[in-house]
Design a protein around this ligand. Structure first.
Ligand code: FYN
Ligand code: ADP
Ligand code: MG
Length: 580
């Protein structure tokens, strides 16, 4: 589409038969059914954002590029189309890199587009405005990176970015657009011919029949089969086949955090509540879209019973993921939808039930752990502890299973993962593979914009601090997000003290009894403080029913937290004896 009259700025008025780089970027995105841009305006992209909005795209402006990028990244995870984040040059580009890297690490399709300085000045290091070789800096942090120097190449650049982000293992892509190119004019009719509608950006990767049969033979031979579902399985959107496959095997399964809800956490085969036993004792482990990385102790050591006796079947779209940590006896390389449907077909009608001795043992362990935890979830203590507060939220998600839960923190993350059951696919969005604090408000905004569903963001007070200013963004777009800040006065807890007795507080302690709810009121949102699980439950129900941007400051006992939640073991232990 040729350029429209600029809505409100002094940019040169494009004439009917001319277009320019900015409009070609918009046309290329719209041609590929990308209709939302997450951004922070500024030189040289402010007008591009104005034009995009004038041409019917949704433009969501944030206060910091990292959170615009996190919103774009989670948009990619939820829709399988690349989320697009647009930033200014240099500092704005750098602010977007955490999100670009996080998308790549988590295999979310996302495109970071940044304005940049002119090559001829940057390459001679002559000191341009925000001079930086952004393409070179981005390359190691993303799946692919491209620069477009001529307006007639915008169509190719956007097409390549889309295909790189979505095909194979999805990930983050960087697209570098120097300011001069954005203003480059060209004949509109000629320009239209340079645009590319990407055909089949994420082609199915069909596994070999031999690999599928090898995997099924190994699974059938198992005395103690275990299936582990990872966020790749959630991303695949092959929900019905995955459920049918898991149920056909009858085997216990473990959902990694963002795979929760592929089958309801209350499913009889869900063995999350017997995690340690499953990992220690399984003899054949089928990984579906889950990597044997740190979250699974690299497939070896104490977590796996030190026996090294497990045999692994691994379904992943990335061939080089196989053997990355331990030997994989049955690699099945392909997209999960194709792999699972082929396995279902090859299993035929008479697949043997999983060995009863194993399923019975796991069921017993699961019920024992659930029974042990149950009473702790019913308390109405004041000040609240994590279990009482999360017990109230657990009940609400059970009542409203289509609510999207965003979760970050240390104790707030780790306790919520095992306490709040998820019932539908892609309804739990959290810190994922990299443990990034600060995904909260960006993920909440992106999920609300992309799905229109109610979002409940349950975040630690420290985690909230990384993106807290974005509650103004939530209010500005009136997004249906209820933020619950678990306020325990600090990182992990609020009780550390400065051993010197000096005036400075301990490094992990915050202002006592901070009123995060008043921040939300400052922007016209609903701000409430809750001091008991009952109060918290009432306030969240009201917020989800109203659809209004709400922040609930949930006062948690500052003694309740543990250092680093469930991963305290990752902290180095000092040999130096603490001064008495
Ligand atoms: C789980 N469990 C349950 C339930 N669900 N018991 C009762 N009821 C329910 N519903 C049990 C489970 O069987 C385990 O007990 C225990 O609770 C913990 O389960 P979890 O959390 O799934 O398992 P674990 O051991 O913590 O998993 C390791 C991990 C996880 C690394 C995958 O901790 C994780 O994902 N951490 C992310 C940390 C992070 O990224 N933090 C951000 C940075 S903040 P047992 O089976 O008896 O062991 C840091 O400071
Ligand atoms: P809790 O609910 O346990 O009190 P908080 O949100 O208060 O959790 O604290 C979580 C904290 O964990 C983070 O804010 C941060 O200080 C720490 N942390 C752990 N891993 C990371 C990481 N990868 N990046 C930044 N902070 C981290
Ligand atoms: Mg805290």
């Amino acid at each position: 589409m040729s350029a429209q009259a600029a809505p409100t700025n002094d940019a040169p008025q494009a004439t009917a038969d001319l277009t320019d780089g900015m409009h070609l970027v918009i046309d290329a995105l719209k041609l590929n059914d990308i209709n939302t841009i997450y951004a922070v305006p500024g030189i040289p992209i402010t007008d591009l954002l104005r034009f995009a909005q004038a041409e019917g795209m949704r433009v969501i402006s944030f206060r910091h590029e990292q959170h615009a990028g996190q919103a774009a990244a989670i948009a990619g995870f939820l829709t399988q189309k690349p989320g697009v984040c647009l930033t200014v040059s240099a500092p704005g580009f750098l602010n977007g890199l955490t999100a670009l890297s996080n998308a790549t690490t988590n295999c979310f399709p996302m495109i970071l587009i940044s304005g940049s300085s002119e090559r001829e000045i940057v390459d001679l290091q002559q000191g341009d405005y925000e001079e930086m070789d952004q393409l070179a800096i981005a390359k190691p942090l993303c799946k692919a990176a491209f620069r477009v120097l001529h307006a007639e190449d915008v169509g190719v650049g956007v097409a390549r970015a889309i295909r790189a982000a979505c095909s194979g293992r999805p990930g983050g892509v960087y697209l570098d657009l120097p300011a001069k190119m954005l203003g480059q004019a060209m004949d509109a009719a000629k320009a239209a011919k340079t645009l590319i509608k990407v055909i089949d950006p994420a082609p199915r990767q069909i596994p070999s029949l031999e690999a599928v049969r090898r995997g099924l033979d190994l699974l059938k031979s198992a005395k103690k089969p275990l299936i582990i579902l990872g966020k790749g399985a959630a991303y695949a959107q092959a929900d019905a086949d995955i459920r049918a496959f898991v149920e056909k095997t009858g085997a216990p399964y473990l959902p990694m955090s963002m795979a929760k809800g592929l089958l309801p956490d209350t499913h009889p085969q869900c063995s999350a509540a017997a995690r340690s036993t499953c990992l220690k004792e399984a003899d054949v482990v089928l990984l579906i879209g889950a990597r044997l990385n740190w979250l699974l102790s690299h497939g070896k050591g104490k977590t796996w019973g030190e026996r090294g006796a497990q045999q692994f079947i691994h379904i992943d779209i990335a061939p080089t993921e196989m053997d990355s940590n331990v030997a994989i006896q049955a690699p099945i390389v392909g997209d999960i939808g194709s792999c699972v449907s082929m396995m279902l077909h090859e299993m035929g009608a008479n697949w043997p039930a999983a060995p009863a001795a194993w399923t019975t043992a796991i069921k017993a362990k699961r019920e024992e752990n659930i029974a042990k935890m149950a009473p702790r979830l019913q308390n109405n203590n004041v000040p609240m502890d994590f279990h009482g507060a999360l017990g109230a939220l657990r009940t609400i998600i059970k009542e409203k299973p289509d609510t999207i839960l965003v979760n970050e923190g240390a104790n707030t993350l780790d306790f919520a993962r095992s306490i709040i059951d998820i019932y539908e696919p892609r309804k739990r969005l959290d810190v994922g593979t990299w443990g990034v604090m600060g995904i909260g408000m960006g993920f909440a905004a992106g999920a609300a914009v992309e799905t229109g569903k109610p979002v409940l963001a349950v975040v630690g007070d420290s985690a909230f601090g990384f993106s807290g200013m974005e509650i103004e963004t939530l209010c500005r777009y009136n997004l249906p997000v209820c933020v619950v800040v678990f306020n325990n006065n600090g990182i992990y807890r609020g009780t550390d003290v400065n051993p010197t007795g000096g005036a400075d507080v301990a490094p992990t302690v915050f202002v006592k009894n901070a009123r995060y709810d008043l921040m939300m009121q400052a922007f016209g949102g609903v701000g409430i403080t809750a001091t008991s699980p009952d109060e918290l439950g009432r306030a969240v129900r009201e917020a989800l029913a109203s659809g209004k941007p709400t922040l609930i400051n949930a006062v948690i006992d500052e003694k309740a937290g543990t250092e680093s939640g469930r991963i305290g073991n990752l902290n180095p232990q000092s040999v130096v004896k603490k001064k008495a």
